[in-house]
Ligand binder design. Sequence first.
Ligand SMILES: [Zn+2]
Length: 405
Amino acid sequence: MKKAIRIIAAALICAVLAPGLSGCAEKIDFGDEVYKNKKYAGESIFFNISSRILLSGYMSKPDNIYPACIDPFCDHSTESCAARTESPITATLTVLPEGRKLPLVYLCCQRWPTKVVDGEEVLLSAHEREMSIVKQFDAETGQAKTFEPVELMNIRSALLYRGILYLSADGFLGEGYRGRVGALDVLTGKCTYLSEENGARLIGAYDGRIYVMTGRGVVESCEPDFSDLCAVYDCQTGGYVNSYVDEGMLYFARSKTDVPAGNSTKTVFEVCAVDLKNKDAEAVTVASGVYVFMPYEGDLYYTLFEYNEHGTVSVSGYGEETVVSYDNGTLYRYDAEKGTSETCFSDIGASFSDIYDIDDGMILFSGARYRDFDEGKSTYLRIAICSIETGEWRELFADDEEEYL
Ligand SMILES: [Zn+2]
């Protein structure tokens, strides 16, 4: 009896909150925008720390950092927290469709290797362990929705286009680490897979088409439902390489070289650009000796490799640490229309290990602080934000997750 009353009450709430919709499924209008690499959403930055918890920090109040979960009774310590997952997170995506104040955040996770059966913890089968879980957290309502199992192993990147979450993974089951692409409908939860013999990885979406790169270095494109798959450009790299399709421009790395970096080596590339809008376009070299690159609105932002040692610092808990950088704190931009590169800023005292996102003239990165560091503090920057115009930057989140829990 009680259960029946609860169901009726739930149905009434649905009817009140979502007039005109059948059931509780929320149909969101994502428009035609391609959502990728996003961590910004309005004034906030959404991301995970230690693969466990999602935090949001307001740009206007950078020190105000807290769990993104809005349930006042939640202590955010268990799986039941909407903005948390127990499984290791392998990729995230933040999506802010028009008209919304706060985003939907997608957490792609490798399945936790054990499950509880009759009160006992048992190991999942090899087949089960290779699958992923995708959790959708709605920062506006505080509600979460979980999609599983997704038949992909180690999802590396995600892109949302017209309500479909495209997922690029290392592979699945007996296929080895060859690349596999899936398409998850975030309304129905149905996931389909690109039938691709060559281990494709997702590299972008443009003008109504999805772009992948095969394990042979060939860029292919298809319709959003994976039909009409055809070759677009052969990068002639003989294998998969870092690549992006952005606003009709294809950027890819070739001539991979290992160069000495202190006691180890680092890999640098020649990065090429192809204008896919021009059917006969040839690849042009953007730059050689490139360390990190990321496209934004058709242009390419990149750093050049330059190994530097800046002396030693005493870090509490770690002892003596040599401060090194792999670029000289300089960011370059390739203008796809002009076909030329320019310097955005020079030697800002911090280097870029990774560029996470570029938006609104700001660049979100992790790297090393090699100038003006405090004695006793790590020089590693977990997340920092930098103005592309001025090169002014600040650390957003330090390396100590405990502070934020
Ligand atoms: Zn919570």
